[in-house]
Design a protein around this ligand. Sequence first.
Ligand SMILES: [Zn+2]
Length: 206
Amino acid sequence: MRTKVKKQTWMDSIYKVKEKWAECFMRDAFTLGMRSTQLSESLNNDLKNHLKSDLDINRFFHHFERAVKVKRDTEINSEYESRKSLPRIKIPTPMLQQVSSLYTPAIFEAFQTEYGRSMAASAHMLPGDNEYMVKIGRLIDGQYATFEEEYKIVGDNHQQTASCSCGKFERVGILCAHALKVLDLMNIKLLPAHYILKRWTREARS
Ligand SMILES: [Zn+2]
């Protein structure tokens, strides 16, 4: 697209910061799965409530600061509220019970989602060294069908590891549904300590 235009355009400036908005450049970025524009869109939305186009610059900043303060207060309150309560465990398995009191509530929710997805996974073992292909399925017209991309997982029972080619753990810091499926196939029923990142624990946040 860029090569079709001779002049310098806004595209040149936005291309320079591509790591901040283009998903293909964000694979190694630590985003907890949040898309880049989500945060600014939500702030834009909040600001709209405070702004009218005829504001002068002083009044603009006055309103802007007020909007930011409201956002910060909401964040502090919800953080406080969530710390008081224990998260809701949807299926009382040893692994979910184990991590529910370790992870912060938001991280636990994200983990629990992956855990649920792992139950919809189908796996087959490749000939050789504990390698599996795993695909997540869904109920479609009353039939179980796999439809998501298939990933390769290398399991190691001795080291208690399951490394998945989707790279979610490296990117987000919680184990993906594919790796959780393989841990279960290896009869590993508790989350190994090396998969519980300290920065996602209640202990680190308190
Ligand atoms: Zn995966």
